[in-house]
Design a protein around this ligand. Structure first.
Ligand SMILES: *[C@@H]1O[C@H](CO)[C@@H](O)[C@H](O)[C@H]1NC(C)=O
Ligand SMILES: *[C@@H]1O[C@H](CO)[C@@H](O)[C@H](O)[C@H]1NC(C)=O
Ligand SMILES: *[C@@H]1O[C@H](CO)[C@@H](O)[C@H](O)[C@H]1NC(C)=O
Ligand SMILES: *[C@@H]1O[C@H](CO)[C@@H](O)[C@H](O)[C@H]1NC(C)=O
Length: 243
């Protein structure tokens, strides 16, 4: 094996670990996210995220007061009906993930850095969400692009009020359209948005981003920073070319 192949292999095997290392301690930018995740004393509406949270407890207060009318100036009840409790609970789980989870950044949207793109939500969650909301009212299929928006972030209807089941064909359609491109429906390697601790999505992130062969990175590799490995490879190549 020549040195080029060897360095390539080393680079490939650390690429995943490097991604985990770079993003593992950051939050999405903007939208009230903290710079990096840290513990919160209590997180009211998003309790499962309190050990390592990208949102403040103050932010989650709005999510804890059912029925929820607005988050900031953004209305969840544009048709002047409150959401049914079960539908609202699903919406809160989604909001908590986006606002508070330190894992959300692994799916950050390259074009809109404070947003996420194609995060794989478990099919069972999407189907449950559709079932819970199917008789609730909304006036937009995409809650990102189908409202009339004020300069202050207040949304009002431009389309008619209809039930979710009239706007969406099912759980897949709902997950993949209501929050724009944020989510995809996936039955295999997927994010659980309603869970009890330990956070199952930490293992998913390790599996998808943490190293080669889909296995969590080894402890020893975790201890060597990828910067050091890069330096090591460069030194080794330099050493060989001097010989
Ligand atoms: C909801 O109520 C507000 C204030 O009364 C009104 O301006 C708005 O048009 C109503 N929306 C719908 C969809 O009926
Ligand atoms: C979340 O999970 C719990 C426990 O499995 C369940 O009782 C509850 O109905 C679920 N809530 C939603 C909104 O899915
Ligand atoms: C909400 O709207 C009001 C004006 O109606 C504005 O003063 C306030 O700054 C807005 N809040 C946010 C978070 O944009
Ligand atoms: C689900 O996720 C897996 C792994 O990330 C991917 O290979 C697969 O194509 C996805 N399936 C769908 C239906 O998106």
């Amino acid at each position: 094996m020549n040195i080029a192949t060897l360095s390539l292999l080393v680079f490939i095997s650390i690429a995943g670990a490097k991604r985990l290392e770079q993003l593992g301690n950051k939050c999405l930018p903007g939208n009230n996210h903290k710079l990096s995740p840290s513990p919160e004393k209590s997180l009211l509406g998003c309790e499962v995220y309190k050990e390592k949270s990208c949102c403040t407890s103050e932010f989650t207060e709005e999510l804890a007061n059912s029925p929820i009318h607005k988050i900031g100036n953004f209305s969840w009840t544009q048709c002047n009906n409150t959401l049914s409790p079960r539908c609202e609970a699903f919406m809160v789980h989604i909001e908590c993930f986006y606002r508070c989870s330190h894992n959300a950044i692994f799916w950050r949207n390259p074009n809109y850095p404070s947003a996420i793109k194609h995060a794989p939500v478990c099919a069972s969650f999407c189907d449950g969400w559709f079932d819970a909301c199917k008789n609730d009212l909304t006036c937009a299929k995409s809650w990102i692009s189908d409202f009339k928006m004020s300069a202050y972030g207040a949304n009002t209807c431009k389309n008619p009020c209809k039930t979710f089941s009239q706007y969406f064909r099912g759980g897949k359609d709902l997950c993949e359209n209501m929050w724009g491109m944020s989510f995809v429906y996936n039955g295999t390697d997927c994010l659980q948005l309603n869970f009890t601790l330990p956070n199952p999505n930490d293992d998913l992130v390790k599996k998808l981003f943490g190293g080669s062969n889909g296995k969590p990175k080894s402890r020893s590799l975790a201890c060597i920073s990828s910067f050091k490995i890069t330096a090591l490879v460069i030194n080794f190549v330099a050493f060989l070319s001097l010989k």
